[in-house]
Design a protein. Structure first.
Length: 141
């Protein structure tokens, strides 16, 4: 068997393993899910999505497929996840599992007191509920 064939078999086995994990996605920790973001179903307009379903849409700051979880059932999707925080939660974590700070679009996706995020070069903790400010500016320690 040549190297190309061996590499293809290894890839196919890995892909099958990843697809099995995705099928059990409610049990995958976010830190592991983002490493396999390319294998998730892509968001599509006009589709129905259930709570806790994982989808990819767009590309994150590190050039990988951006993952979202459905937080509110969507009967027929017409607006993409990046502009619909009432129905989708963006998933983006550091290597140690801390969520990256993402600018909230509105009150549906703001940070609450005690939420910990990574921004700049360190972790920040929100001092208030409904926090929409950037860490380091106000309401973070």
């Amino acid at each position: 068997m040549n190297n190309n064939m061996t590499e293809k078999l290894v890839f196919l086995e890995l892909r099958a393993a990843v697809e099995n994990l995705i099928a059990l996605n409610s049990n995958i920790q976010e830190i592991h899910a983002v490493n396999f973001s390319d294998y998730y179903e892509a968001w599509q307009s006009g589709r129905k999505y259930g709570v806790n379903q994982w989808l990819k849409y767009g590309v994150n700051e590190r050039g990988r497929a951006q993952l979202y979880t459905v937080t509110k059932a969507v009967a027929v999707s017409t607006t993409p996840p990046d502009v619909t925080p009432a129905s989708y939660k963006r998933i983006d974590v550091t290597a140690n599992g801390t969520l990256y700070w993402i600018k909230p679009l509105n009150a549906d996706d703001c940070y609450n007191k005690g939420d910990i995020v990574y921004w700049g070069t360190k972790n920040w903790t929100s001092d208030i509920d409904g926090n929409m400010s950037e860490p380091g500016v106000e309401n973070w320690k």
